[in-house]
Design a protein around this ligand. Structure first.
Ligand code: C2E
Ligand code: CA
Ligand code: CA
Ligand code: CA
Length: 279
């Protein structure tokens, strides 16, 4: 067995090296990426199911590295966390969001709320609410226009710290969304113990709707539960009309996904908004 182990190790060694080299390259470049202005926010609208109205838009981070190309946040966010850069990156995102909301006001863009994703790591450090408050004030932005999407991972290990932060954000008037709902540790009690305004049903469930038996029942149960707690529901990753129709039947409030619109760059998002607003 030892022989096999050694052989397979040799077999996989070049691949592992390539991967760790890529990781190393990304790590060293991530350090200066903010200063080098390599990040950009893309925007994906959320649509109210019954009226078709744009209810909000989610900002999604893109990293355009000059030699590595466009790198997915699924790759660089974990690295930024490891390198202790995540708070800096989140602050950059919050500030960009405030600037964007200033523009919305200036140009009368009525696109609901602007949602941003915040790392669980940031929440745990206890400075999120005060950072958000400071930037909202600096840019003179209405806190009710800002939405923060968080995953449950931060509630497990640091429940009381996370709760304090969420209460402080809530007090400011910021909208709070629980992202990726149904995955990971999903303790249903979070929904009653924390000031959650919206939950987002994870795309993995939506992908199997309406075909897979059992799965649709879970989605139905999540929507019913949320409704009974007066929590707003968003389905993410909606790609097909069949999914949309099914979600409409279940009284899901809002959808987000390629079916309505892909994440798009800022100018395209303005064009999309204007086309919708005029139709
Ligand atoms: P998320 O917050 O769950 O975002 C949803 C992801 O699904 C996005 O991937 C989006 O582009 C993608 N998506 C949207 N509609 C569809 C669809 O219909 N079908 C499919 N297959 N995918 C769809 P993206 O932009 O690559 O982001 C991945 C993750 O990276 C995000 O997951 C979020 O956890 C994280 N992330 C993105 N931007 C930021 C950020 O500014 N800060 C932090 N801390 N994390 C971010
Ligand atoms: Ca999100
Ligand atoms: Ca999500
Ligand atoms: Ca996710």
């Amino acid at each position: 067995a030892k022989e096999v182990g050694r052989n397979s190790f040799q077999l996989f060694k070049p691949a592992m090296n390539a991967r760790s080299l890529e990781r190393l390259a990304m790590m060293s470049r991530l350090q200066n990426a903010i200063e080098s202005d390599e990040f950009e926010l893309y925007f994906q609208p959320k649509q109210h199911l019954n009226s078709g109205k744009i209810l909000g838009v989610e900002a999604l981070l893109r990293w355009q590295e000059p030699s590595l190309g466009v790198i997915s946040p699924a790759k660089f966010i974990p690295l930024a966390e490891e390198l202790g850069l995540i708070v800096k990156l989140d602050l950059w995102v919050i500030e960009q969001a405030c600037k964007e909301l200033t523009k919305w006001r200036q140009y009368d863009i009525e696109a609901g709320r602007l949602a941003i994703n915040i790392s669980a790591n940031h929440l745990r450090q206890g400075l999120l609410a005060s950072n958000v408050a400071r930037l909202l004030e600096q840019y003179d932005v209405d806190p009710r226009k800002l939405e923060i999407e968080l995953t449950e991972s931060c509630f497990i290990s640091h429940f009381s710290e996370a709760k304090q932060e969420l209460l402080a954000l809530k007090k400011l008037g910021v909208h709070i969304t629980l992202d990726d709902f149904g995955t990971g540790y999903s303790a249903l009690s979070y929904l009653t113990k924390l000031p959650i305004d919206t939950l987002k049903i994870d795309a993995s469930f939506i992908a199997k709707v309406p075909d897979e038996y059992g799965n649709s029942e879970i989605v139905t149960a999540i929507i019913t539960l949320a409704k009974s707690l007066s929590i707003h529901v968003v389905a993410e990753g909606v790609e097909k009309i069949e999914q949309l129709n099914y979600l409409q039947m279940l009284n899901c409030d809002t959808i987000q996904g390629y079916y309505f619109c892909r994440p798009i760059a800022k100018q395209q998002w303005y064009d999309f908004y204007l086309a919708k607003a005029q139709s």
